[in-house]
Design a protein around this ligand. Structure first.
Ligand code: PEP
Ligand code: MG
Length: 597
């Protein structure tokens, strides 16, 4: 990447589209975060210089180790130990004997300066890893590059570009950001970040959301196109970045940003009010979380519980499996903060779009239809029961419920429940406390489960509809393939019918029915779901105020009429219009919030 410092802004407005991974609007100047290779000069050294260079190398390794431990401490205090654990991989690189010996051998043999030798060896190792098939190992290449850069900076006596010491507000532009880069960003100065690569489930995206900074990733080669100091508009909701925006664009987005702030302030005032309609019909409004650190934001947004705790993040980016105690600590932390409200812990849902390292889940031709989630757990009862015991122990301290993902038929629930009983027995033998009457739920996210919801309902205490997967399976549309994203339609009559059927079957059998798929967090769709009788809405923390607002703005009869109307329609466009009409009447602010851009 060429140096872009000091270049002047271009005149023409340019729009880039990527993946919005953290919502909101930011308008600010670009700060090019050069995660590029450090420039190192190649020098010949004399034989008597060899031990000196080796000593410098060892000193740099020690200093880098100290630096990483410091970062770990800061991140642990700021974001929790799970985030800090990412750096264990960095520390391992520093201790890698074969890498260190390779470097020492080459200094003696080739007689080049240590910076040059180390950069060459580090590059060789990173290249080997980056070409590996296994996603986990591939990711290690960026750990190696990160560590190599740190060591080189220490050898050269240079400080890395420090995003925690920024003086003015900036939009960070980078090829990629290592977890250490994003975690140390100061929210007050970094108003947004945009990167060439990345996906919604990458660590940087998750961290951006927990830091509440708008972010867009997957912008391909944007870091090579944007100039230092160039003005940028970042729309983290739609995934758009506008470089050198015209005055008119800046004015328009500033207006939207101000309006969003006003609406958000107004929505915040609803925090402690119940999610009930104008005529007093109440539903439960809960939050989806991925890490224990997400709980404060969820509660601050007014969530009355956690409707989906995705536990698989625990199992990602690591080689060894988390043990019962480690899992228990995390579940306990969440349950204690959330009680008396419920925390619904979903058992391990790996596979499909949720990658874990290869030894655990092998590569498959059709991962979305493969050996994943409950199928994997029922085949790996040790892993499953370890998690169940950890969840059960947390149920002794808070209002914990357990939920099984990817249920395709009632036999899986029967088997999972039997293993839950075994886990209880094991805890009893150990004298551990737990809630023997813990509620058990099934996620309804496979069409076969939706169509046999009446049978399944007799085996569980509640349902949670997972529309993210239900839509992909019912419509045969890969949920992460952008080429067919236009077919991914929650308003499709097939989806609306399936949801109505699930809710009705659950109610006939006397259980409550919730939804934790993204559909529940879309205000106009929430109106339909309310009208269909959905009992619980579990959405991301940022959507809580909007959903509360929409529920508090209508009469139940209006929502029911809308549900009847859309269920009778076969036209997606017309369904969209009907929803928008009611939304506009009930909560026009939300139309601005969602639809203006
Ligand atoms: C879903 O499928 O709707 C869901 C909530 O689960 P996930 O997105 O984690 O697959
Ligand atoms: Mg799912």
């Amino acid at each position: 990447m060429p140096t872009r410092d000091g270049r002047r802004g271009r005149a023409r407005e340019t729009i880039y589209r990527g993946i919005g991974v953290s919502p909101g609007i930011a308008i600010g100047r670009a700060f090019i975060f050069d995660s590029e290779e450090v420039v190192v000069v190649k020098r010949r050294i004399d034989a008597d210089q060899v031990p000196v260079e080796i000593a410098r190398f060892e000193d740099a390794l020690v200093r880098t180790r100290r630096e990483i431990l410091d970062i770990q401490k800061t991140i642990s205090a700021r974001l929790g130990t799970e985030h800090a654990e990412i750096f264990n991989a960095h520390l391992l690189v520093l201790e890698d004997r074969s890498l260190i010996e390779d470097v020492i051998k080459r200094i003696g043999r080739d007689r080049h300066n240590i910076e040059y030798v180390f950069q060459q060896v580090g590059k060789k190792y990173a290249d080997i890893f980056s070409q590996m098939e296994d996603d986990y190992l591939k990711e290690r290449a960026s750990d190696i590059r990160d560590v190599v850069r740190r060591v080189l900076h220490n050898l050269l006596g240079r400080k890395r570009e420090d995003v925690s010491a920024l003086r003015e507000e900036v939009v960070i532009v980078a090829y990629d950001l290592s977890p250490s880069d994003t975690a140390l960003m100061h929210k007050e100065k970094v108003i947004s970040f945009i990167t060439d690569v990345g996906a919604p489930t990458s660590h940087t995206a998750i961290l951006a959301r927990s830091l509440k900074v708008p972010a867009v990733v997957g912008l391909r080669d944007i870091s090579g196109k944007i100039m230092a100091g160039e003005l940028l508009v970042v729309d983290g909701t739609s995934g758009t970045v506008i470089a050198s925006p015209s005055k008119e664009t800046v004015r328009r987005f500033s207006q939207v940003r101000t309006r969003l702030q006003v609406i958000e302030e107004r929505l915040t005032s609803l925090r402690d009010l119940p999610a009930e309609t104008l005529d007093g019909y109440r539903v439960a409004l809960a939050a989806n979380i991925e890490l224990p650190e997400d709980v404060p934001a969820a509660l601050a947004s007014g969530a009355e519980g956690i409707g989906l705790y995705r536990t698989e993040f625990f199992f990602m980016n690591r080689r060894e499996l988390p043990g019962e105690d480690e899992q228990y600590e995390a579940y306990r932390k969440v349950a204690e903060q959330v009680r008396p409200h419920p925390t619904i812990i979903r058992t391990l849902d790996i596979g499909g779009d949720k990658f874990v390292s290869e030894p655990l889940v092998p590569r498959e031709m059709n991962p979305f239809l493969g050996w994943r989630a409950i199928r994997f757990c029922l085949a790996n009862t040790d892993i499953f029961k370890t998690q169940l015991r950890a969840i059960l122990r947390a149920s002794g301290l808070g209002n914990v419920k357990v939920m099984f993902p990817m249920i395709s038929g009632h036999e899986e629930v029967v088997r999972a429940r039997a293993l839950l009983e075994e886990a209880k027995d094991e805890l009893r033998k150990r004298g551990r406390r737990f809630n023997d009457r813990i509620q058990v739920g099934a996620m309804i996210e496979i069409p076969s489960a939706a169509l046999t919801a009446d049978i399944l309902a007799r085996h569980v205490d509640f349902f949670s509809i997972g529309t993210n997967d239900l839509i992909q399976y019912a419509l045969a549309v890969d949920r992460i393939n952008e080429k067919i994203a236009y077919l991914y339609e929650p308003r499709h009559p097939a989806i609306l019918r399936l949801i109505r059927q699930i809710i009705a079957a659950g109610h006939r059998e006397g259980i409550w029915v919730g939804m934790c798929g993204e559909m529940a967090g879309e205000p106009s769709l929430a109106l339909i779901l309310l009208g269909m009788g959905l009992d619980e809405f579990s959405v991301s923390a940022v959507s809580i105020p909007e959903i509360k607002k929409v529920i508090r703005s209508v009469q139940l009869a209006e929502a029911r009429a809308l549900a009847d109307e859309v269920l009778a329609s076969s036209d997606v466009g017309q369904i969209r219009e009907s929803c928008k009409k009611l939304l506009l009447k009930a909560a026009p602010d939300l139309v601005v919030l969602k639809g203006e851009r």
